[in-house]
Design a protein around this ligand. Structure first.
Ligand code: HEM
Length: 521
């Protein structure tokens, strides 16, 4: 066949020439990748003679070369745990052509969390998100632009803004449970219920009134298609031709179209309001500010880069998707584990309720949740924090080494991927006593186990890239559990679910059933 193709190409058949060119390009690409893989595999386990520091010890198991790959694919966290047990707080795993160097425990975490972006870079390791977030957005943007975009996100999640989102969160939670847990009693899957409620809340607080009121079904279908397009395969081959990736790309284009239209409508409406105010002698700027929507979309529409330019519609869409992705599964999972663990300790539920009665009811006996009250729910805060310690949804935080880092007597070379693992690090008995016990009081004085050394509780990461949505997540989960515990008595059904380590964001394996009974008001 090859010879026939060659003959046709010699006769000037352009199709044949095209196929041959494609074949040669594919061959060159394959050979380059194979050479890179070989070079990594043969790269020395020790730095060149004469260097004072060694590379971290290598961990391998099973057959050479493929052993680690198979174990990593089966359960990467267990592999890291075994390596830690054998080699201690710094070690390297070779997985195929990649070198992953793990840093385990608060002291080792300092190397990771205190580094600058030009020393340890997030861009290459989180690049698999680019088809979902879009070109030129966060991990696809040059560092300076990326940092400016993070600044916009942090503005949207500032305390003053969060104060305004809380009533929206409360309204969503009350409506949801009234509609879905109605009657006197029933059984519900917590993971499913919280996932539905959290996307409703996110669509209201992040994407705005228009999406929540008119386009919710459409946007949640698109979100689902984007979500399905981010699978373990997508991490290694984000453009692999498959249905999930095609649907993802279509959904991303559709999201852009949808938000371009929402943004254009908002701008037009604001112009009309300003013009009308001016025509009746009012201050147009004041009228405009009063009419603006309260949501993250509005913050992005108003944001300006340092050079005075604004985010494009596509960048706004991408940032909204990024924030939605950052918060959706993580908050759903943490909210669910909080319930699953707390409900198995009735004395804890009694204390949470007592706190709720003290903080959330005013002198006239009216129940009122607002930003300040939520901040005072300390027992509930510790219940959430402890659930996050035991079952953090993000199991590996990663960076690529740009400038070699040193830790103890080791040097971590350029090109390595450094990894910090929240579930591994937060189950160390020397940091958290009796780590398998759900014990929210470990954070209360006098123990305060999380405060003894920096970077011990890393459920929300740490350092310059610590989670920007931590407060948002706490407010949302506290709101949900305040509404549930006010209106229902609950008991868990069946044993505590196991974590599903095959997922990108690790949560409890369904079903996560609870039996609920409506309380007398
Ligand atoms: C970053 C966890 C909720 C927005 C992170 C990181 C972690 C994390 C571990 C650090 C990633 C790294 O270092 O590579 C969580 C958990 C959540 C949660 C466990 C829920 C319980 C949210 C929410 C939002 C959000 C609700 C937004 C509304 C972000 C953003 C970053 C981030 C923007 C990137 C910060 C940066 O790189 O500078 N999150 N997150 N997160 N999170 Fe969250």
């Amino acid at each position: 066949q090859f010879q026939a193709l060659l003959a046709r190409a010699r006769d000037g058949d352009t199709d044949a020439i095209g196929w041959l060119a494609l074949g040669v390009a594919a061959l060159v690409w394959l050979m380059t990748r194979a050479a890179q893989a070989l070079a990594t595999l043969l790269s020395p386990a020790k730095p060149a003679e004469g260097l004072e520091l060694a590379y971290p010890p290598l961990y391998t198991e099973g057959f050479p070369v493929v052993g680690n790959v198979a174990a990593f694919a089966r359960n990467p966290l267990q592999l890291a745990k075994r390596a830690y047990a054998q080699l201690g707080d710094v070690f390297t795993l070779r997985v195929g052509p990649k070198r992953f160097t793990f840093l385990v425990g608060p002291r080792a975490h300092e190397v990771f969390f205190r580094a600058n972006d030009d020393e340890l870079d997030q861009g290459p390791v989180y690049g698999f998100s680019v088809p979902v977030f879009g070109r030129g957005v966060v991990y696809d943007a040059p560092l300076a632009i990326r940092l400016e975009q993070f600044r916009f996100v942090s503005t949207a999640l500032r305390a003053a803004r969060l104060r305004e989102y809380v009533p929206l969160m409360v309204a969503e939670a009350e409506t949801y449970f009234k509609r879905h847990w109605h009657g006197t009693d029933g059984t519900a899957d917590l993971l499913k219920s919280l996932s539905e409620l959290i996307i409703l809340t996110a669509s209201r607080c992040l994407m705005g009134r228009e999406v929540r009121e008119q386009l919710f079904e459409e946007v949640s279908t698109l979100y689902h298609q984007l979500d399905q397009g981010m699978q373990p395969l997508s991490v290694f081959a984000p453009h692999f031709p498959c249905k999930a990736h095609w649907q993802r790309d279509r959904a991303r284009r559709e999201m852009r179209r949808l938000f371009a239209s929402i943004i254009a409508n908002r701008r037009k409406r604001y112009q009309e309001i300003a013009a009308q105010a001016e025509s009746v002698g009012q201050d147009p700027q004041q009228a405009l500010e009063a009419a603006k929507e309260v949501d993250v979309l509005q913050v992005f529409m108003d944001s300006q880069y340092r050079d005075g330019s604004r985010l494009t519609d596509d960048q706004i869409t991408g940032l909204l998707i990024a924030v939605l992705f950052a918060g959706q599964h993580t908050s759903t999972i943490t909210g669910t584990w909080t319930g699953l663990l707390m409900l198995r300790k009735p004395e804890l539920v009694t204390r949470v309720r007592a706190e709720q009665e003290q903080v959330l009811y005013d002198d006239d006996g009216c129940f009122k949740i607002d930003y300040d009250a939520l901040l005072r729910l300390d027992v509930m805060h510790r219940c959430i924090k402890e659930a996050l310690r035991m079952y953090p949804p993000l199991i590996f935080l990663m960076r690529e080494v740009v400038i070699p880092r040193t830790y103890r007597d080791y040097v971590i070379p350029k090109g390595d991927i450094v990894v910090v693992s929240p579930p591994l690090a937060m189950s160390l008995p020397e940091v958290f006593a009796d780590p398998d016990r759900y014990d929210p009081d470990r954070y209360a004085p006098p123990r305060e186990e999380d405060k003894r050394v920096p970077f011990s509780h890393i459920g929300f990461g740490g350092g310059r890239h610590a989670c920007m949505g931590e407060q948002f997540a706490y407010l949302q989960i506290k709101t949900i559990w305040s509404v549930i515990l006010r209106d229902y008595d609950l008991e868990p059904v069946g044993p505590l679910p196991l974590p599903d380590y095959s997922a990108m964001v690790v949560g409890p394996k369904p079903p996560c059933l609870v039996r609920w009974r409506r309380r007398t008001p």
